[in-house]
Every structure is written in C-alpha cells, then in structure tokens.
Ligand binder design. Structure first.
Ligand code: DAT
Ligand code: MG
Length: 148
C-alpha cells in the first residue's frame, strides 16, 4: 500500500506538537510504519531538500531543519500521500485552511512545523533516505474496520 514520509520539524518538536500531529494521522486511520527522533546534520538536510538547492531560501531552510531534533515517520494507507498533504495544509501557513496542521499551528512559512512528501515517487525516495534500515512490517488489527 502507498506510503509517505512525514517529518515533524524542530519547531513542531519544541512547541510540543508531536503527540497532536501523530494523533491526527492515527485517527484518520493511517498506519505508522516507522518512527525515529533524530538530529540531522547539514549534509543530510541538504540531500533531503536537494530539489530546492537553487532557491534563495535554501540555506535558511537547512539551518532551520538542523536547529533541533525532528521526528521522522513513515505512514501508510490508501491515498496517504495526497491526503497527508491535505492534513498538513498549504506550504505558507497563512494560506493553510483552519483544521489543517499548518493552518492550526503555524504562521510563518519558515516555521511551518511539518514536512510531507509531495508525490509517491518523492515519498519513496525520502523513505529510502531517512530509513535505509527499512520500515516495520505489521498490519493493524483495525484494518478491516477502516477498509471495506
Ligand atoms: P512543502 O513543505 O509544502 O512541500 P516545498 O517543498 O515547496 O513546500 O518547500 C519546502 C520548505 O521550504 C517549505 O516547507 C518551507 C520552505 N519554503 C518553501 N517556499 C519558501 C519560500 N518562498 N520562502 C521561504 N521558505 C520557503
Ligand atoms: Mg515539499
């Protein structure tokens, strides 16, 4: 089934939003497949955001991601990439709808609390980068109460 890479950024950790964010994905019915709490170094953050390396905000973005620990996760479920993006909200939190994570908890684009993969392909790339050890293979016993 489809998987996405979700990361709670350093501001989300510092602001005590880890439980709230995990809860939103859990309550939707998505399934946690991997989770770790880590500090990443500059080189790693640069490879995660390699596609944005030409952007003027790139170095600020990397500084932000390495400024404290992050929670890296893999979530699985039908349509999880696109629906995960909807749960997260628009990149600029002032444009994010209330009810989304960024809409509820953030103001500035450079402190937007959470990352989510933007396609199945980039999700698979990000999962391979963040979890070279692989993910946990299990199926929730609620599966048949969530999927028909
Ligand atoms: P998203 O995180 O919604 O996938 P993105 O991949 O385009 O957005 O950019 C990655 C991060 O870079 C984003 O979460 C915040 C930052 N960013 C994006 N556009 C920016 C801009 N115009 N100014 C400052 N930071 C920006
Ligand atoms: Mg992105």
């Amino acid at each position: 089934m489809e998987q996405t890479f979700i990361m709670i950024k350093p501001d989300g950790v510092q602001r005590g939003l880890v439980g709230e964010i995990i809860s939103r994905f859990e309550k939707k019915g998505f399934s946690l497949k991997a989770l770790k709490f880590v500090n990443v170094d500059r080189q790693f953050a640069e490879s995660h955001y390699a596609d944005l390396s030409a952007k003027p905000f790139f170095s600020g973005l990397v500084d932000y991601i390495i400024s404290g620990p992050v929670v890296a996760m893999v979530w699985e479920g039908k349509g999880v990439v696109l629906t995960g993006r909807k749960i997260i909200g628009a990149t600029n939190p002032l444009a994010s709808e209330p009810g989304t994570i960024r809409g509820d908890f953030a103001i500035d684009i450079g402190r937007n609390v959470i990352h989510g993969s933007d396609s199945v392909e980039s999700g698979n790339k990000e999962i391979a980068l963040w979890f070279p050890e692989g993910v946990v293979h299990w199926q929730s016993s609620l599966h048949s109460w969530i999927y028909e």
